[in-house]
Every structure is written in structure tokens, then in C-alpha cells.
Design a protein around this ligand. Structure first.
Ligand code: PLP
Length: 360
């Protein structure tokens, strides 16, 4: 008798994978989209025309450059990567996290990160059969250094991921505490600087001072999320090994030429980033004026805030055409928390109006 498909799946798909849920992205159709830390701005028309002219010459029939030296150099310059440090490109920084895990994975090996934090660290640990250890942040979302050092001592992690600023909390960790983590870590420490454009702080300048430090960046949050391009900077000795886990043509040709083009118009992206930072301060002040709302400080392009009834407020906002992120926690540090991405002035105003209505 032929085996039923569900029992075959159960026999062959690893139980950790069957237990995962698919990374859920809500349908934003018709809604003001403030849920995913995207830059809300487009390019000036003339710049779009210039970009289209560049695309015309792309050879879609050929494989992309497997290791685009020119793009790496442009990114190195734009991101301030110190001379002598290497660069590895990923299909988004998500893929870089995966490459690191693939190179380190071995039964019992640990990925360690503070929590609440970026969910991909745990998901990728699961996918690569690594163990994951989450260390609770202090109540104010700062690093609980004592707990971190104890966990590092106990679990001897192959890699520690620190998002700087942290997602979903928005804060930067204390630099001295980060240094202590780097010093105590037997394996790697990856500073995930996805929100660097809004943070005005970085560990990039420290590459080369610690042989277990790597810095990860992405162009996603600075206005190029659709390209899927991230980079890992650090010592050649590590990156050569990670490069072996990379699929040969991971950065497609449209991404390569579009990213290089965008970097030659850096001033446009920088102006947008500055606008977002100014609007973040305004949005923060406006949120703080509303009764019953607790905000958390942000050095990123989003704000985490707590309301009396997160699920109800989230639904009421959606009903009024505004999509943000419900952190989905009844208890714990993110209880009743929502996260809003800084949008355009008009979008932020629409969000605030809807929120005032929702908590009335
Ligand atoms: C958004 C985000 C990323 C992923 O960026 P991509 O380059 O789009 O894959 C990585 N780390 C953190 C902390 C993020 O918030």
C-alpha cells in the first residue's frame, strides 16, 4: 500500500522544521505600511530615468559576477570599512547569518543572543541544527552583562549576535558591556548593524582590534530593501571560510548594478535617512503626549511602545488603514507592545490620528 503523504512528510521532514512556522508577512494591500522598517521614500524622477538607462545594458542571459569587486569596493567606502578588512556579500543580511551558521554548525554548538531580539538568529539556529540560547535583557532593555557573561561561560557559544541598535527594542547597548562580551566570547561576536544609518554609532572602526569581531550591515533599512543585499565585514581568515558556504551567484545582476548605481547617489539616500531621523524625534514626542502610552527610546527607524491592549489597538489601527507590528506578547518584556516604523510625515500623522482614536 502507498504511504499517505502526511505520514511520509512526518517520517522525513526533521521534527524541528515541522515545528517551525513559516515566517509570516501580512498582506499590506491598501494599508499605510509601517510594519517592516522600510524607507518610505522613492527616488527623484531624473534619478529613476538614469537608473533605467543603466539597467538597459545588463546582460540577463549571463550569470552575475560571482564576487563583484567593484560593488564590494563601493560598499566598503560607503560603509567605512577599515582598510585591510574583507567583505562578504549576502542576499540580505539574513543570508549572511545563515552562511555563518552553516560554517559553524555541529551538534551541540550554540548561537547566543540577547532577548527580546531579532527572530532570525533563533530560526536559523533551528534550520542548521544548532542550539540556541536567548539571554534576557535587563528591564530597561540594556544588556544584562552579568547574565550574558554567565551564559557565555556556561554555553561557550560558537557565535554571539548583538543587534546594534537592537530590534525590536530600538536601543543601543552600552559599548563597555559589548566589549566585555567580545572579550569573554570563545567564538565569534557579530555586531548586526542593520539600523546603522539611523544610529550614529558603530563598531566598524573596531574591526582589526579583536580577532573574533565581525560587523554586519544591510542596505535594506536605508532604502533598498527590494534589492536584498547585506554585507559582512571582518578579518579575511573568517570570511574565507564563510565564503565556502555561499551559493555561487547569490547576488543577482539587477541587485549588483542597482546597488552600485544607488551608491553613486548616496546624497539622496542620506537626505532621506536624515529626514527619517528628524521625523522619528517628532513621532516620539507626539506619542509621549498620548495618555496611556509608554514609549521606549529609539536609535533606529522604528519605535517600540506599550499600550493597555495591544491586540485591540493593532486591530483598530488596521481597521483605520494603518498596518504596524503587534509584538504578540501577553506577558514578559514585550507585553502589550507594538512597533511602528517611521514613515513619511503624512503617514506618521495618519498613524497618530488612528492611534488617538484607537485608545480613546
Ligand atoms: C531587518 C534586519 C535584518 C535583515 O536585513 P536584510 O538585509 O533585509 O536581510 C538583520 N538584522 C536585523 C536586526 C534586522 O532588523
Amino acid at each position: 500500500m502507498v504511504q499517505n503523504i502526511n505520514s511520509r512528510v512526518a517520517d522525513w521532514i526533521r521534527s524541528e522544521i515541522r515545528d517551525l512556522s513559516v515566517y509570516h508577512v501580512p498582506d499590506p494591500a491598501g494599508l499605510i505600511k509601517l510594519d517592516a522598517m522600510e524607507n518610505p521614500y522613492h527616488w527623484p524622477e531624473a534619478m529613476v530615468e538614469e537608473w533605467l538607462a543603466v539597467l538597459r545594458d545588463v546582460s540577463l542571459n549571463r550569470y552575475p559576477d560571482p564576487s563583484p569587486i567593484g560593488l564590494k569596493a563601493s560598499l566598503g567606502k560607503a560603509m567605512g570599512i577599515p582598510i585591510g578588512q574583507e567583505v562578504l556579500l549576502g542576499n540580505g543580511s539574513d543570508e549572511l547569518i545563515q552562511m555563518i551558521a552553516l560554517a559553524l554548525a555541529q551538534p551541540g554548538r550554540v548561537i547566543l543572543a540577547p532577548e527580546p531580539g531579532f527572530v532570525m538568529y533563533k530560526m536559523i539556529a533551528t534550520m542548521t541544527s544548532m542550539d540556541y540560547v536567548g539571554v534576557p535583557l535587563a528591564e530597561d532593555f540594556s544588556l544584562d552583562l552579568e547574565a550574558m557573561l554567565a551564559a557565555i561561560g556556561q554555553h561557550q557559544p560558537a557565535v554571539v549576535f548583538l543587534a546594534y541598535p537592537n530590534n525590536p527594542t530600538g536601543n543601543l547597548f552600552d559599548r563597555t558591556a559589548v566589549h566585555a562580551v567580545i572579550k569573554a566570547s570563545p567564538g565569534l561576536v557579530v555586531m548586526d548593524e542593520a539600523y546603522h544609518a539611523f544610529a550614529d554609532d558603530s563598531f566598524m572602526g573596531e574591526l582589526g582590534k579583536h580577532n573574533n569581531l565581525l560587523v554586519m550591515r544591510t542596505v535594506s533599512k536605508m532604502g533598498l530593501a527590494g534589492l536584498r543585499l547585506g554585507l559582512l565585514a571582518g578579518p579575511q581568515e573568517w570570511l574565507t571560510q564563510f565564503d565556502k558556504t555561499r551559493l555561487p551567484y547569490n547576488i543577482n545582476v539587477l541587485t549588483q548594478v542597482s546597488a552600485e548605481f544607488a551608491l553613486t547617489h548616496r546624497a539622496v539616500l542620506d537626505r532621506q535617512t536624515q529626514q527619517i531621523c528628524a521625523d522619528r524625534e517628532k513621532l516620539m514626542a507626539d506619542l509621549q503626549m498620548l495618555d496611556g502610552i509608554t514609549t521606549f527610546p529609539s536609535r533606529a527607524n522604528f519605535i517600540l511602545f506599550r499600550v493597555p491592549q495591544a491586540a485591540a489597538v493593532f486591530a483598530a489601527l488596521k481597521e483605520q488603514g494603518v498596518l504596524i507590528k503587534n509584538m504578540g506578547a501577553e506577558r514578559g518584556p514585550l507585553a502589550q507592545c507594538l512597533r511602528v516604523t517611521v514613515g513619511t510625515e503624512e503617514e506618521n500623522a495618519a498613524f497618530l490620528r488612528a492611534l488617538a482614536q484607537a485608545i480613546k
